[in-house]
Design a protein around this ligand. Structure first.
Ligand SMILES: NC(=O)c1ccc[n+]([C@@H]2O[C@H](COP(=O)([O-])OP(=O)(O)OC[C@H]3O[C@@H](n4cnc5c(N)ncnc54)[C@H](O)[C@@H]3O)[C@@H](O)[C@H]2O)c1
Length: 440
């Protein structure tokens, strides 16, 4: 059993209060709203949420939930404090952390008076860096002692959905605890002993970011399905039939596929088919802003790779890979071809190694394409890694061919590596300077 104080008794705070009490913990709820504090004290839920009235009533009558507006009392009589206050948008879209900071200051003040260990857990949704840059200074400023001296801080994002929040509390996808303190992380994990989810302890900023990534992806999925719905409707197609079928593909569609940050997409299908779909939507007088934004987003990623190379100041570039992915000689719409062309256009001295393409240029079915479409690049091809390493000041790992993995061991100390594919960690962990990933 843990003694928990919960600051902010809105959706997250009151569901947490009722479910944690139901899990056997002792809960003290704190809110600046007298109405919420009184509602819970009377055994009623302050919000409309299925099942919450009953759960709250039984927690209060069992003596496992009580409320107060006195922060000092709440901190003194608990071992863990959860911060669940609102983090609304400011008028310009930025995040308003004033309620979190006020609560952190008042908890900090109370910690200044407390002799036993305490864990402060932020559950409010906050951008990466907020715990370290805003919450910890607010706590330390009032506690009069630094984090680590009798108290620690964790970030524990909440994944519940209004309307099914009690079920979500007990069956979350996972429990994520951002912490660099193992005893504190264990204390937070103990709160969720009644849930059936795996626990992941990660860095605080990763936990903060994860919440935004999740919500952004959920929003993206809804917007995508809705745009597809409008397109289907315009063509007299049942969008639910299409999307039901779409979701049955758990290999490529509903899966981990395509969700690793890396380089731009390309090849003979994705760009062509997206362009056709966007054009088709225009002929149906549909805006499809999400679908329309995908190619520009991809172009911006190619520009990001170019900017990384430019930032090295090097002029002699060795490109490992030319086709859009390993093991193919298909150069159609390869974003690496675009990158090489941009480099050549800006006066860089480029060499390219791609065994699949070299083979195809002599023997393959793509020979005609190569001769007609990219002769300017074929003259830059080299046939082995040594030749490329002799030439390059900066080496760009452009696709995941296994033979390119040796580059991290073979490069000279003065050569920089730009990694577009995420070489295996064990190969690059020894490279401190002179290694840059495109999106990590
Ligand atoms: N609502 C959701 O489904 C959900 C899900 C996951 C995460 N979140 C995040 O959790 C946080 C809380 O969301 P919510 O929907 O529960 O907000 P809410 O507005 O329903 O509740 C916030 C509560 O905090 C109280 N509060 C404000 N200042 C306080 C202070 N100084 N001391 C004590 N209490 C104070 C308010 O009176 C209010 O009752 C937000 O950051 C939100 O983004 C919400």
């Amino acid at each position: 059993m843990t003694r928990v104080s919960i600051f902010g008794l809105g959706y997250v705070g009151s569901v947490s209060a009722a479910c944690l009490a139901d899990s056997g913990h002792e809960v003290i709820g704190v809110d600046v709203s007298e109405a919420k504090v009184e509602a819970i004290a009377a055994g009623r839920s302050p919000i409309v949420e299925e099942g919450l009235d009953d759960l709250m009533a039984s927690g209060v009558s069992a003596g496992r939930i009580r409320t107060t507006t006195d922060v000092g009392e709440a901190v003194a009589h608990s071992d863990v404090s959860l911060i669940c206050v609102g983090t609304p948008s400011n008028a310009n879209g930025s995040l308003d952390l004033s309620a979190v900071e006020r609560v952190a200051e008042s908890i900090g003040h109370a910690l200044g008076e407390k002799a036993t260990d305490h864990v402060v857990v932020v559950r409010s949704t906050m951008l990466p860096g907020s715990t370290e840059d805003r919450v910890i200074p607010a706590l330390e400023g009032r506690a009069g002692r630094p984090v680590g001296d009798g108290y620690s801080v964790c970030y524990n994002p909440e994944f519940l959905r209004e309307g099914s929040s009690i079920r979500d509390f007990y069956h979350p996808p996972f429990t994520v605890i951002g912490s660099d303190h193992s005893a504190a992380a264990a204390a937070v994990a103990e709160l969720y002993r009644a849930t059936d989810a795996p626990v992941a302890v990660v860095a605080i900023r990763e936990a903060e970011m994860l919440k935004y990534v999740s919500n952004a992806f959920h929003a993206l999925k809804i917007a995508f399905a809705n745009e597809i719905g409008l397109l289907c409707k315009a063509d007299g197609i049942d969008s639910h039939e299409v999307m039901d079928l779409f979701c049955r593909d758990e290999k490529l569609n509903i899966s981990r596929a395509y969700l690793r940050p890396g380089y731009a997409f390309g090849g003979s299908c994705l760009p062509k088919d997206l362009r056709a779909l966007v054009h088709h939507s225009r002929t149906r007088d549909l805006a499809s802003p999400l679908l329309q934004s995908i190619i520009p987003s991809n172009d911006a990623h190619i520009a990001a790779a170019y900017d990384l190379i430019r930032a090295t100041g090097a002029k002699r570039v060795g490109m490992l890979g030319l086709s859009f992915k390993a093991g193919t000689d298909d150069l159609r719409e390869s974003p690496l071809v675009t990158l090489v062309e941009r480099l050549i256009g800006k006066g860089y001295d480029v060499r390219v190694l791609d065994p699949s393409v070299s083979f195809a240029s002599i023997h393959g079915a793509n020979r005609a394409y190569i001769e007609h479409e990219v002769p300017h690049i074929m003259s830059l091809m080299v046939t082995d890694l040594d030749e490329l390493l002799d030439h390059a000041e900066v080496i760009v790992v452009g696709n995941g061919s296994p033979e390119f993995e040796a580059v991290a061991q073979r490069r000279r100390g003065d050569q920089q590596i730009i990694d577009l594919v995420r070489l295996p960690a064990e190969q690059v962990s020894h490279l401190r300077d002179g290694y840059e990933g495109i999106a990590w």
